[in-house]
Write a protein that binds this ligand. Structure first.
Ligand code: FDA
Length: 403
């Protein structure tokens, strides 16, 4: 049995549903396929179940890519305000939580229902669960075979199968395999927005701090020059049994290069060494009690122990050099992760289909007419905070309008 469509969208996640709905509402005959039993699991679990569906400040500067200009076109043609208009049209309550991050008041399920309704408005046909066993060019179009024995013919194919993060809810390398099949270059995929881990011996002194959380500055790489390789964020840090997590670490993990250090300022509002040296005459408390005024007490205690300071020492009796050493340990804690928690815990995948292969207006492959890549399959990765969904919506709309 063969069925003919204008477009087959493979992957019914954030980008795929948005693209299918957009193309369908333009009158295109669209079929949307997904191998999962449950629709859009990543949207469902996102934002702690409330889906941080966009960031009102989203702009190209919030994305990583080998070509930082690539995302500009799609992002400027479908903005956070455009997505918000859709959310409002569907009467979904939302609120801003932190730094422009917009969340559903009730549940991420509302975003899934909204996208399903939009697909219904576009008359989108569904195949789910359905696995694509083979995809081939067929004259001017494509033919794909599903595991249900169906043969689908389509003038255009959109690959929206996402990245590799969280394989247990259905992530696959399908997008990368198709890219290779059609001779496209890939930027090496890597876990991003992911907790970082440390060598067990090096981390041993910090294990008792698991659960401690505080706001820090964290940076990695070089921030100098016209094309800085690094980044700095002020966000919350969380100590875990194996290393570091929390928004600060997830953000910096996307920029971190294996083998290089990260530097954390645990007290970003204070130059600790200067405060202690200048306060030698007036700060009467013991070192441990003093530090616990400014840092979570468990952290203060743990840091003094890890760096060999006596918590009962009085700063008046301490050498300036020792206070400077403590200052560095707090204001410039430099450590080198040995890796990350990997795709099991990563929110997204960095890298993917090289943007040089794609048109930034339409997301169509420059050398393979009718083949499109959108969402996380592409080498465009957002910061933490609603940016990745905004890219999924914007790239989905760009392809949906172009097909
Ligand atoms: P997405 O992963 O959404 O969809 C891909 C679809 O393709 C899936 O339905 C999958 O089943 C299907 N598929 C895969 N392989 C297939 C195959 N071989 N055949 C057929 N179908 C296949 N972002 C954000 O902006 N705000 C947030 O709050 C969060 N929160 C968050 C929490 C957690 C725990 C994670 C893991 C991720 C986030 N994200 C996020 C990131 C966000 O979920 C992600 O960037 C988008 O879902 C990417 O959208 P895509 O449509 O590209 O892929």
């Amino acid at each position: 049995m063969a069925t003919q469509y204008d477009v087959a969208v493979i992957g019914a996640g954030a980008a795929g549903m948005m693209c299918a709905a957009t193309a369908g509402k333009r009158g295109k005959r669209v079929v949307l396929l997904d191998h999962a039993g449950k629709l859009a699991e990543k949207i469902r679990i996102s934002g702690g179940g409330r889906c941080n569906f966009t960031n009102i400040n989203a702009g190209p500067a919030n994305f990583l890519s080998e070509n930082p200009h690539f995302a500009k076109s799609a992002l400027s043609r479908f903005t956070p305000q455009d997505f918000l208009a859709m959310v409002k049209k569907h009467r979904i309550g939302f609120h801003e939580k932190h730094k422009g991050q917009l969340f559903c008041d009730d549940s991420a399920e509302q975003i899934i229902d909204m996208l399903k309704d939009e697909c219904a408005d576009g008359g989108v046909h569904w195949r789910m669960p359905a696995k694509v066993q083979e995809l081939q060019q067929n004259g001017a179009g494509y033919v794909l075979q599903t595991d249900e024995g169906e043969e689908i013919h389509a003038a255009a194919i959109v690959i929206a199968t996402g990245g590799l993060s969280i394989p247990k809810i259905g992530a696959t390398d399908f997008g990368y395999r198709i890219a290779k099949q059609f001779g496209l270059q890939l930027v090496e995929p890597r876990p991003a927005l992911v907790p970082l881990t440390f060598d067990a011996d090096e981390w041993a002194p910090f294990v008792p701090l698991a659960g401690v959380s505080l706001e820090v500055d964290v940076e990695t790489g070089s921030l100098k020059g016209r094309n800085p390789t690094g980044a700095r964020f002020r966000e919350d840090l969380l100590f875990t049994h194996r290393g570091l997590s929390g928004p600060a670490i997830l953000q910096i993990s996307s920029f971190w290069q294996p083998g290089t250090p990260i530097t954390i300022n645990l007290l970003p509002e204070m130059d600790l060494a200067q405060t202690l040296i200048e306060g030698k005459g007036t700060l009467k408390k013991q070192l441990g009690n003093l530090l616990a005024q400014w840092l979570p007490s468990r952290l203060a205690e743990g840091l003094l122990q890890a760096h060999g300071f006596d918590p009962e020492a009085r700063i008046a009796d301490m050498k300036d050099d020792a206070l400077r050493k403590l200052g560095r340990a707090v204001n410039q804690w430099t450590i080198t992760p040995n890796g990350s928690e990997g795709y099991r815990k990563a929110e997204v995948t960095r890298g993917g289909v090289d943007t040089r292969e794609l048109s930034q207006q339409s997301m169509e492959c420059k050398n393979v007419p009718g083949l499109y890549f959108i969402g996380e399959t592409v080498d465009v990765t957002g910061w933490l905070g609603g940016y990745n969904f905004q890219w999924a919506w914007a790239s989905g709309v760009a392809a949906g309008l172009a097909i």
